[in-house]
Design a protein around this ligand. Sequence first.
Ligand code: 5GP
Length: 197
Amino acid sequence: MTPQQQSTQAPLVVVSGPSGVGKSTVVARALQRDPRVWLSVSATTRAPRTGEQDGREYFFVDDAAFDQLVATDGLLEWAAFAGHRYGTPSAPVLERLAHGTPVLLEIEVQGARQVRERVPGALLVFLAPPSWDVLEARLSGRGTESPDAVARRLVAAQEELAAASEFDRVLVNADVEECAQALLDLVAAAFSSEGGT
Ligand code: 5GP
C-alpha cells in the first residue's frame, strides 16, 4: 500500500525544528506522559553516539543499506542532513496508524515537507527555541558533536528557523514540561478530528 492510498485512522504528527531545539527531550517527555503514542524509529547513516543503541534511537545502517531502502520505496520520507542521511521506514508507521495508534515523527524540515505531500492529513508541528542565543548555546554546549559538525548544524538551523511559517503549529520550547503537554494536546485534538477516541 502506498502512503497515498492509506486512509489515516489515527493522527500522524510530525515534530520538526532545528537541531538543538530540544525535539528529542520534548518528545521523550511526551511519550512518558502518554505511552499510547508511538514514536517512529528512523534509519540513519550517521554513527551511533555514546549510549545510543541500534533499533532504539535509530536503525544505524551503512550507505548501501540506505540506498536499498530508498530504491525499494521503503521510506515515507528521507533527507540528507549535516553530512548524513536520515529516513522514516514506512511500514511500521502505516501499520500503527491503521490500528488506531497515534504516531509521532521527530524529523528535520525537508522530511516534514515530504510528509506534508505524501500524507495530507498529517499535522506538522514546529518546535522553536526561545531565542537564537539559546539555540546556539544548546548546540555548542551539548558536547555530542565535533566543532565542524556543530558549525554545519548551526548553518542548517538558520535555514530551518525560516521554515517555521510552513507548519500547522509552532510551539516555543521555553519549558520542557509545558511543551510536552502542549504537544500531547495537539495529538489529542488531531485524534478527535480523525474520528479516534
Ligand atoms: P541527530 O543526528 O541529532 O540525531 O539528528 C539530526 C537531525 O535529523 C535532527 O533534526 C533529527 O530530528 C533529524 N532526523 C532524525 N530522523 C530523521 C528522519 O527519519 N528523517 C528526517 N528527515 N530527519 C530525521
